[in-house]
Ligand binder design. Structure first.
Ligand code: GLU
Length: 289
């Protein structure tokens, strides 16, 4: 068993992160496996070296250890670029020039008044740029400096029937075991997600599947908030010929009022508990481990 914790250095780690990281390490240890760390820092506008340093410090204090060197996504441009080239040649990605505002306007246009559909990455892409290029465009060079979106419909045609994954935790429905994916739901509720950002050759979805494969992760332990994203990751693993891990979507740690913890809830930051004199054992008890 190989598990991982993959934080983004965009804020302090809070109790929810501690739970995820400790659970991933406990599961690997119990099985005599390995626990790995990965820094998901492709968002250069929000990632900070100081947050990364704090992450290492908090995780060591919690009693976690991991093999060095740590994989950092900002060092993985070449791997992401190669996968994008492959998808581009197969015409499974296309350039998109829409701004958030364009997408909001197009998404709400047909059903005036009705709330536009939301997917795991926000509004479902209405398809404005989808068919602007003539067939055969993949023979040309992959453009840089523009967002590239997954052509979900042909991607699903390639994937065929029987797409699904195994969850040993529990998704929002509490369902464990084999979870089947529906083509109709992927088209209507996920759509053409971004696989390459304007400012970076990759996106969360692309980099996470390539990195899990590169790190030979057998069990992806992460919160239920990412359950919807897993469907996208399954499709990408299929398209890119990557091995499929098992997922363990765990419950989310909530505050006393039942609200999910967010990065900005500094009061719940591990660093705040440390400053108040809590021990790592206290943190384990607080998250129910
Ligand atoms: N980097 C993501 C986050 O901090 C987690 C990615 C994952 O576990 O797949 O929310």
């Amino acid at each position: 068993m190989r598990t991982r914790f993959a934080p983004s250095p965009t804020g302090p780690l809070h109790l929810g992160h501690a739970y995820s990281a400790l659970l991933a390490q406990d599961m690997a240890r119990a099985a005599g496996g390995a626990f790995l760390l990965r820094i998901e820092d492709i968002d250069s506008t929000r990632s900070r070296p100081a947050w990364e340093a704090q992450i290492y410090d908090d995780l060591r204090w919690l009693g976690l250890d991991w093999p060095e060197p740590v994989l950092r996504q900002s060092d993985r441009r070449a791997a992401y670029g190669a996968a994008l080239d492959d998808l581009w040649r197969r015409e499974l990605i296309y350039p998109c020039h829409c701004t958030r505002r364009d997408i909001a306007a197009a998404a709400s246009a047909p059903q005036e008044g009705a709330a536009p559909a939301m997917g795991p990455d926000g509004l479902i892409y209405p398809g404005t740029c989808r068919d602007l290029l003539p067939p055969g465009y993949g023979a040309g060079p992959r453009p840089d400096g523009v967002a590239l979106r997954l052509h979900m419909a042909p991607a699903l045609d390639l994937a065929g029937d029987g797409l699904g994954f195994c969850d040993t935790g529990a998704g929002p429905s509490g369902q464990t075991g084999r979870i089947a994916l529906s083509r109709a739901r992927l088209l209507a509720e996920v759509g053409d997600v971004v696989l390459s950002r304007r400012d970076f050759p990759g996106s969360y979805h692309l980099s996470v599947v390539l990195d899990d494969a590169a790190q030979q992760i057998s069990h992806v332990v992460r919160g239920r908030d990412l359950f919807e994203a897993t469907a996208i990751h399954v499709v990408l693993q299929h398209l890119l010929g990557l091995p499929q891990p098992v997922w363990h979507h765990h419950a989310l740690i909530r505050d006393a009022g039942g609200k999910r913890l967010a990065k900005r809830d500094d009061a719940r930051a591990i660093a705040s508990f440390r400053a108040e004199g809590a021990t790592p054992r206290d943190i384990r008890a607080m998250v129910g481990l």
